[in-house]
Design a protein around this ligand. Structure first.
Ligand code: NDP
Length: 504
């Protein structure tokens, strides 16, 4: 177990939603579970004026996200401070530096500082520059780390320029790009499933795997994020970041060790091995985009995407994206990968499905493709793993059905507390463990793969299909999948079979 050294956490954008809803609650959990170092303080920074007391009230004392006795929360809130930047982030940080030095001395933070940039990304470089002007990137007396929030760019070009901007002031080893998906226990468990189990690893290749399917489905629409989402879309919002990170964990070769750099090197190689699609015909055949239309779900009227607040009424932004692609390396040659992400689906679920090939020689003739062995890794909501395998139907003959072997994280009980993603990731950064943070080259490799799809869709001759809110996407979605297979339209409960599930 790594040690958590004394430190100061400085959060830029501390007046925002993320600080109140995720960051402070995660720090509070760490405090409750005694993971914070002996000497620790948090300094919130933003343009808005607030006193320390007002900040504490807003994010802790009156927060609906913290639960415990008032005294306990009050004791935690004493670690929180606030400094305003007057009007903007791009100013001389003299006053801010004085406050940081003062807190560092008073609370014995040993000159170790994390700067968490929870602001729009357009401000990242200016903040890094102004910190550097005050020597706050200098690690001679104590380490300095920079955590940056997604989105990491809007395209390959903007991601490169964001990375270059940060690299002018901070070394890559000081930069932690947070992707909260990687903080989920089941996502990390992909590595353990693959590399700590001799029953899976020998099968993890083109000889035994027929295809790989990843579904990320949201039952909600864009809600209050219409303005942001309309400029982003499903591919940028989910696919380029979270879902390609999942793909990298499925595709990567075994790392030499569990060392962060070894793991990230292999993830990087995996992302580089995704076959780029640039030919418009290939892109048209292998990608599907859609947008949800108004419909009625369980008697309730649901708005179409174009009627949502802050969405352009003529918008062609996709709320459904499905991509078929191949991985050009020895392990995965000719194995299709199908990845989809969408809003207004029948249920909220994220899962990876490894579809195994049929046995080479079929003795029991009644089995079909849909009944092949599957390994399902459920990322959310009921985190767990399910193996579907053939069992004999009782009675005469050899009729085969699929039985389930399942494991749920919640079955481990209360004593094995599953950390929330932000809690886990913050603690990792506090301990200098970058395993679950995206490196600059990984982010750029993911954009290199995604850019041509976005360019193709932008040209306008690529079709955009409508689908009724509450169904599994456009009708054509199944055509993407080769042969007799279809998407596994998953249920809310991991072990339910499609067709028999209760959807929200
Ligand atoms: P907010 O929009 O609430 O912004 C955070 C703070 O940044 C605001 O309180 C504001 O503080 C300052 N700010 C916002 N816009 C501007 C601007 N144009 N110019 C200068 N300052 C500005 O964001 P969130 O807290 O929701 O998120 C922070 C970051 O995290 C964003 O980059 C977002 O993309 C990312 N993110 C957020 C998630 C979420 O669930 N909220 C999830 C994943 C990523 P003030 O005016 O006081 O300076």
């Amino acid at each position: 177990m790594r040690k958590t050294e004394n430190q100061l956490l400085v959060i830029f954008g501390a007046s925002g939603d993320l600080t109140a809803r995720k960051l402070v609650p995660a720090l509070y959990k760490l405090y409750k579970d005694k993971h914070l170092p002996e000497h620790f303080a948090v300094l919130g920074v933003a343009r808005s004026f607030m006193t320390d007391e007002e900040f504490r009230k807003r994010v802790a004392l009156e927060s609906k996200y913290l639960d415990d006795s008032e005294e306990f929360i009050a004791a935690f809130s004493e670690k929180l401070f606030y400094e305003d930047l007057h009007k903007k982030y791009d100013v001389d940080y003299r006053e801010l530096n004085e406050r940081i030095q003062d807190l560092n001395t008073t609370y014995q933070c040993d000159n170790n500082i994390i700067f968490y940039l929870s602001t729009p990304p357009s401000l990242f470089e200016a903040i890094a520059k102004n910190l550097t002007a005050k020597g706050l990137n200098d690690e001679r007396l104590g380490w300095k780390r920079l955590i940056v929030e997604k989105p990491f760019g809007y395209s390959l070009e903007t991601a490169k320029s964001l990375n270059e901007g940060l690299h002018r002031y901070f070394k890559e080893s000081q930069i932690y790009r947070i992707d909260h998906y990687l903080g989920k226990e089941t996502v990390q468990n992909i590595l353990v499933t693959r590399f700590a189990n001799s029953i899976f690893e020998p099968l993890w290749n083109r000889d035994y795997i027929h295809h790989v399917e990843i579904t990320n489905a949201e039952s909600g629409g864009v809600e209050s994020r219409g303005g942001y989402y309309d400029k982003s879309g499903a591919l940028r919002d989910m696919f380029q970041s979270h879902l390609l990170q999942l793909v990298a964990l499925i595709v990567m070769e075994p790392p030499l060790s569990a060392n962060p750099e070894e793991i990230r090197n292999e993830k990087m190689k995996a992302l580089k091995s995704l076959r780029l699609m640039t030919d418009p015909k290939v892109l048209e055949k292998n990608t599907i985009r859609g947008q949800y239309l108004a419909s009625e779900i369980e008697g309730e009227k649901v708005k179409g995407y174009r009627e949502e607040v802050d969405v352009d009424p003529d918008s062609t932004t996709e709320t459904y994206a499905a991509v078929k692609f191949y991985v050009d390396n020895w392990r995965w040659a000719d194995v299709p990968f199908y990845v989809r992400t969408a809003k207004r689906m029948p249920t909220k679920v994220t899962e990876v499905v490894i579809h195994f090939k049929s046995p080479h020689h079929q003795i029991f003739k009644n089995s079909d493709m849909n009944k092949d062995n599957k390994l399902i890794i459920r990322i959310q909501p009921d985190e767990g793993i399910l193996v579907k395998f053939g069992v004999k139907v009782p009675g005469q003959g050899f009729a085969v059905e699929r039985g389930n072997l399942d494991f749920y994280y919640e079955s481990l009980g209360d004593e094995s507390h599953i950390m929330e993603a932000y809690e886990r990731l913050l603690l990792d950064a506090m301990q200098g463990d970058a395993t679950l943070y995206a490196r600059a080259d990984e982010v750029e490799a993911a954009w290199r793969f995604t850019d041509p799809i976005l360019d193709h869709w932008k040209k306008g001759d690529a079709k955009i299909y409508g689908y009724s809110a509450g169904v599994w996407g456009p009708q054509h979605a199944d055509e993407l999948i080769e042969g007799k297979s279809m998407w596994r339209n998953p249920c809310e409960n991991l072990a339910d079979d499609a067709g028999y599930c209760v959807i929200e």
